[in-house]
Structures are given as C-alpha cells and as structure tokens.
Design a binder for this molecule. Sequence first.
Ligand code: SF4
Length: 203
Amino acid sequence: MDEDPTINVALVIERTGAEGPGERFALWVQGCPMRCKGCCNPEMLPFVERDRQRASALAERAIAQQQHGVEGVSLLGGEPFAHADGLSVFAERVRVAGLSVMIYTGYTLEALRERRDPAVDALLAATDLLVDGQYVREQHSTARRWIGSDNQRMHFLTGRYHQDDPRFYESNTVEFRMKNGQITINGWPVHGARTRLSTRGEK
Ligand code: SF4
C-alpha cells in the first residue's frame, strides 16, 4: 500500500463555517458512483482527473489552518468513500494533529461496514461525524443542520461531538466567495461547492 497516496481533488476551501461544526478545512473529491436526482454537485460526479495531490501535502495544509481556528476537516464530493485509499491516510494524519473529521457520504454506515474493505474501514475509524445516505429529492428537508433529506442520518462515531452541542441546532449557513472572477458557493442549501456564477440542480 502506498504510504502517501494521491487524492483526486475537485475543490479545497481552507476555512469555512458552513460544512460542519466550527471552522473547517473542506475537501471535495472528484468522482461519485451514485446519481442522486437533484445532486448539487453534478460536475463532481465523473471519475475524471482533476487535481491530484498527495495526502500528506493536503494534511499539512489542513493542519496549518489550526492556527486560524480550524477545528476539523470535512470531506465531501463526489463520494469520499470512493476515494478511501487516499482519504484514510489524510484523515489519520489530521486527527493525530488534533483535527476532527466529518464526512458526507451517499452510502449508509451499514453498507460501508459490510464492504469489509480495509481502506473504507480505516477511513471510518478516523471519522468523528458521519452524515450518511443518498440525497432523496422527495424527502428534501431543511429541518436538520447540514442534512439534505429526511433519510440521511448523522452518526457520532467517537466522543468528539455530542448531540447536545448547540451548534447542531443553529441555522444553516451559506457562504459566497469571489476569486479570479469566479464565485464559489458552499453550505446549505448548496451543501457542496460550485465555481460558477449561476446555480443549478439545487436540492
Ligand atoms: S448527492 Fe452525493 S451521493 Fe448523491 S450523486 Fe451527488 S455526490 Fe453522489
């Protein structure tokens, strides 16, 4: 096994308050095997080469953000567990440095465990918070922060976070950024990120 695998990166936002509790380093991967109707990130579904980066280099970038108040990383996509080889190494490294790990996945936790894939197991073992299940447009909901449809669940896989944390009951957040003439929107209701001026396929 490659000790420092690459990750096919679709987007990185080094500091965001819209993708989980607190300030977070958010990493979107390129490629998802699912095709949920209403997926907000259709450009991140094909398994095409985008920006391959070493897990160690990405981890160093995330860890460096701790000095700016970042408390954890959020992994989105795309489908993070379709990139478990690289993301498990990344997640293990950032956790050793004290960052928490939150993942948004289209798989259920049970389906991930049934796969008995060492990389998937390693990524799960390094996860504090997991939002699981495909986005189902007919069950769309804004009732729970960071969750898009009623079928999706939030799992507290470690003691790092607790259900009574008041941040889980605050309003959802959307962020807009402009850089090099492009606008990036992330957070709810987008629950992902885009680099275009208009939005489409909203949840
Ligand atoms: S909503 Fe998530 S799981 Fe579903 S197609 Fe989009 S990226 Fe994949």
